[in-house]
Design a protein around this ligand. Structure first.
Ligand code: SF4
Length: 435
């Protein structure tokens, strides 16, 4: 199995060799073969943030998106082998003082250095098992590092190797827009509970959101969910509220609520900047779940035609997709679930099976390498990784680790104490709601 990074490099360097090296697979942008520092430099020059190459390249990054300063030249010039050796040496020197976390969607050259690999919440919890670590290096994206900071001790430094590693979905819901929406909904519904003691509306935020939004939920009787526990969390919310405001991912909200029997007509979508969010007071009064208009540009790439093609080519194929995929894709799949669900489903298959998977390509390729007895492929034939995960390159990992060796904390992520306090309340509600 060719790794994503190798395939991208082959595609870009020698077009003629591409077909034999990747079986005709193409990539969503030849820019992917460049070092992320080239985009960090370009953004600094233009003064405009962007998500860079990959699935989110067409999304509009908010002006407040953090920028990454220039990586020292020695890290840009270093070969892959040199960076690998420098990371190993720095980790060896630091020992138990550092823990490196690698998200499932991260590139192989970074994941190989991770002490723990998992989804965002698994990783934040994994960090808690290393209380002696002075530094937690989170090879994921910004909201994940924020969550790790909220859950870790004050004296532990959480580090994001590239500050430009945000999340375009998380950026689609900012605290000001959500507050404006909330003010309008409160004006419409009031705040009085019904005869069953249920308040008019409960805010629910997906883990993939800023600390400010998790804090908002903590402050307003709301809760956080992951893609693994979204149904449990919605049940929790329906016990306490007549309806839910779900942000930022419309697809996770819609797919989960639909599976729980909520009719689509009771799930209006709220688009900020439109009067009444682009809907109307009557629809909102009749709603059960008000969906924010966010989406993940990685999972939005999956479509029904890809599933039909997989079924035509591999009769009996088992199609599993992530709940951040659009509803029609989830409906056409055999099953859907979080990255953890996908991993467990493959691990549990006792007979050689063909799996077509609808989630990020780095994870799918790693699963294919891990389970050679099965045929496992990504439903999207175009190699198109998450733009912001792509920003974490071994050069940045070496730079932050060597900084720690020299006693310097680079790229620390710190959530303000007041926000962290209320965000923790929403996270604790989620943990208590676990079945
Ligand atoms: S895969 Fe989607 S939700 Fe995950 S970090 Fe990338 S853009 Fe955000």
């Amino acid at each position: 199995m060719t790794s994503v990074a190798t395939a991208i490099s082959l595609i870009t360097r020698v077009e003629a060799e591409r077909r034999s090296a990747t079986g005709g697979v193409s990539t969503c942008g030849t820019d992917l073969a460049k070092g992320p520092w080239e985009f960090d430099a370009a953004e600094a020059l233009r003064g405009l943030p962007a998500y860079g190459p990959g699935a989110s390249s067409a999304d509009i990054a908010p002006a407040s998106t953090p920028r990454q300063g220039q990586l020292p030249q020695e890290y840009k010039d270093a070969s892959d082998d040199e960076l690998h050796a420098r990371i190993l040496a720095a980790k060896e020197t630091l020992g138990e003082r550092v823990v490196v976390l690698g998200h499932f969607y991260q590139r192989d050259e970074v994941v190989e250095h991770a002490d723990f690999v998992g989804d965002s919440f698994q990783l934040a919890n994994a960090a808690l098992t290393r209380p002696d670590a002075e530094a937690i290096v989170f090879c994921g994206v910004h909201f994940m590092a924020e969550t790790a900071d909220i859950l870790s001790r004050d004296d532990q430094a959480v580090i994001l190797p590239n500050l430009a590693a945000g999340c375009s979905m998380a950026d689609m819901a900012d605290i000001d827009s959500v507050q404006q929406c909330w003010d309008q909904l409160e004006e419409l519904f009031g705040t009085e509970p019904d005869v069953d003691g249920r308040v008019p509306i409960i805010p629910v935020t997906y883990m993939n959101s800023s600390a400010a939004l998790k804090g908002f939920c903590g402050e307003h009787g709301g809760i956080v969910c992951t893609s693994s526990n979204a149904a449990t969390v919605l049940e929790w919310a329906f016990e306490r509220g007549q309806r839910v405001l779900f942000f930022p991912d419309q697809h996770l909200g819609r797919n989960t609520a639909k599976a729980m029997g909520v009719p689509l007509e009771q799930m209006p979508m709220w688009s900020s900047r439109k009067p009444w969010g682009g809907t109307d007071p009557e629809t909102l009064r009749d709603s059960r779940v008000i969906l924010w208009h966010g989406f993940c540009s990685v999972h939005r790439r999956f479509n029904v035609a890809q599933i039909e093609k997989a079924r035509a080519e591999y009769p009996g194929v088992r199609v599993i997709v992530h709940p951040e995929c659009p509803m029609e894709v989830v409906d056409a799949a055999d099953e859907y679930g979080s990255t953890d669900h996908i991993r467990k489903a493959i691990a549990a298959a006792t007979e050689p099976t063909v799996f077509a998977i609808g989630t990020e390509v780095n994870l799918v390729n790693r699963l294919a390498a891990e389970y050679p007895q099965h045929t496992i492929f990504c439903l999207d034939p175009v190699i198109c990784p998450c733009s912001t995960m792509y920003r974490i390159h071994p050069g940045y990992l070496a730079w932050v680790l060597e900084g720690l060796v020299d006693g310097e904390i680079r790229n620390r992520i710190e959530v303000p104490a007041g926000v962290a306090e209320t965000a923790r309340v929403a996270l604790e509600r989620m943990l208590a709601a676990r079945p």
